[in-house]
Design a protein around this ligand. Sequence first.
Ligand code: HEC
Length: 140
Amino acid sequence: MKLNKHVSLAILAAGMMTFACGGGGNETQKSGESTTAPAPAEEKQTPGEKNKDNPDFVKGLALVKENDCPSCHMVERKIVGPSYAEVADKYEYNDENVETLASRVIAGNVGEWGEIPMPAHPNLSKEDAEQMVKYVLLLK
Ligand code: HEC
């Protein structure tokens, strides 16, 4: 009786030690992962998700859709014109670039991206053109 109790305690103790080692090791690894996980998740947000509450982005996107821009531009892929993402990579978001690019959309442009010209959009207001360019430059 006495011996039996002793043996079973020893087995229990050995079992607990194994558990403690294995469990402890896993836990350190897990907490290491969880502290680094949120950062890449945030970076993975698409520009659309990041800017969904930005009125400049939302208004600009609506105007782009109303106009002929989508027939030559896509967000991620070059079709006739450069992708918006490429344009956003090339130009910093600032007032000067917004103004320059907006006047190019209105007047038309060629030579910046290649031989194919962007036609003029003489009926666009300066405000609308700038609004659309803001949307494009936020796509980064
Ligand atoms: C018929 C095709 C076509 C349409 C429609 C069009 N684009 Fe373009 N877009 C182009 C081409 C081609 C270029 C590259 C021009 C160049 O190389 O200078 C371009 C360039 C641009 C650029 C970059 C200009 C620069 O100087 O880097 C912006 C911004 C842009 N387009 C926005 C728009 C917006 C906003 C609209 C809608 C109002 C629009 N585009 C409609 C073909 C088009």
